[in-house]
Write a protein that binds this ligand. Structure first.
Ligand code: 13P
Ligand code: SF4
Length: 323
């Protein structure tokens, strides 16, 4: 490893800090997080781990909404990020005022927002969900006769609607990485590898999801590579996840699902530009340079924490009872 891991380890111990990294950040950071007692996880587990860990400082390596979620759930902890400029197209595509207006037109619907949103959007929600728990929460609400106002990812929303049959109105946001996966090119690729299993993150378009053997969050897709018997996997998500997949299942072959083909204009090609803004050099900066800390207004934290806490409690109570 090129960085001075022991100097980062010394700083982490001195500051009572831990690294919480998403699967999409680069391999060097993922390794560092693991080697120093932190975690590499999907967005739901990042939130749970940060809230429950006794560290005084959380260093969140991912995108801005992940740092904000950590701060909302742990307002007394210091939350630092390698860069505060790492955003997300879903978050950017759902401005608070526009959302407020939209919500005012649907006062009877239960508001469910994806975690990939700002604190200001979460503060207006009844529920926050991540990709690993969206289906279960919406199913739960649907069974209780509730209709849903969903934002911001239209593809995940459409998938959840399709699976649950819930009455959902969808905001039209998109992930610039996952929207690029191409169904026809995937069919062609699968024809060349008929023995492969197709794994798809549900931020992908529905016609891509429909080709999947497994649909799920980053954690879910990682588990599938470990547990399934196939030797080849075609994977429709950010290729940052390949590092954890390859470490967990070194004998498996991973192929990135195609973002090219007829009508394709891919700009991101299986790699989130904002996740890639995280670097080990920037982790070293967080302790000695300004501009890395997440600050949120107390009233905003109070409002945004309720739908987030509801999600975590749903995971702990309701889902665990079903197992
Ligand atoms: P997960 O919740 O699966 O980690 O996904 C977060 C994300 O931003 C995917 O693009
Ligand atoms: Fe947002 Fe997509 Fe990047 Fe995930 S991969 S952080 S959804 S832009």
């Amino acid at each position: 490893m090129m960085v001075n891991q022991s100097s980062i380890q010394t700083l982490l111990s001195k500051e009572q800090a831990i690294l919480i990294a998403h699967y999409y950040v680069n391999a060097e950071i993922q390794q560092l997080a693991q080697d120093t007692g932190g975690i590499v996880a999907d967005s739901l587990e990042m939130a749970r781990f940060g809230a429950e860990h006794p560290a005084k400082t959380l260093i969140v390596c991912g995108v801005r909404f992940m740092g904000e979620t950590a701060k909302i759930l742990s307002p007394d902890k210091r939350v630092l990020m390698p860069t505060l400029e790492a955003t997300c197209s879903l978050d950017e595509g759902c401005p608070s005022d526009d959302f407020k207006t939209w919500k005012s037109h649907h006062p009877d619907r239960t508001v469910v927002v994806y975690a990939n949103t700002s604190a200001a959007i979460k503060a207006q929600a009844d529920w926050v969900v991540t990709s690993s728990i969206a289906l279960e929460v919406v199913q739960h609400l649907h069974e209780r006769g509730q209709s849903i106002l969903w934002a911001p990812d239209q593809h995940l929303g459409r998938y959840v609607q399709h699976k649950t049959g819930a009455d959902m109105k969808l905001w039209e946001g998109e992930c610039i990485v996952h929207r690029e996966f191409q169904a026809q090119s995937l069919i062609d690729l699968k024809a060349r590898h008929p023995e492969a299993a197709i794994l798809v993150h549900p931020e992908s378009p529905l016609n891509v999801i429909e080709l999947a053997d497994v649909v799920g969050s980053t954690q879910h897709l990682l588990s599938a590579v470990q547990s399934r018997s196939e030797k080849i996997f075609i994977v429709a998500t950010d290729q940052g996840l390949f590092y954890a997949m390859q470490a967990a299942a070194p004998d498996k072959q991973l192929i990135l699902a195609p973002t090219t083909g007829r009508h394709a204009t891919c700009q991101a090609c299986g790699s989130c530009p904002w996740m890639q803004m995280n670097s080990v050099e920037k982790i070293e900066e967080v302790f000695n340079q300004p501009g890395h800390e997440i600050y949120l207004d107390e009233a905003l934290i109070d409002r945004a924490s309720r739908p987030l806490a509801r999600m975590l409690s749903f995971k702990n109570n309701y889902l665990n009872r079903q197992l």
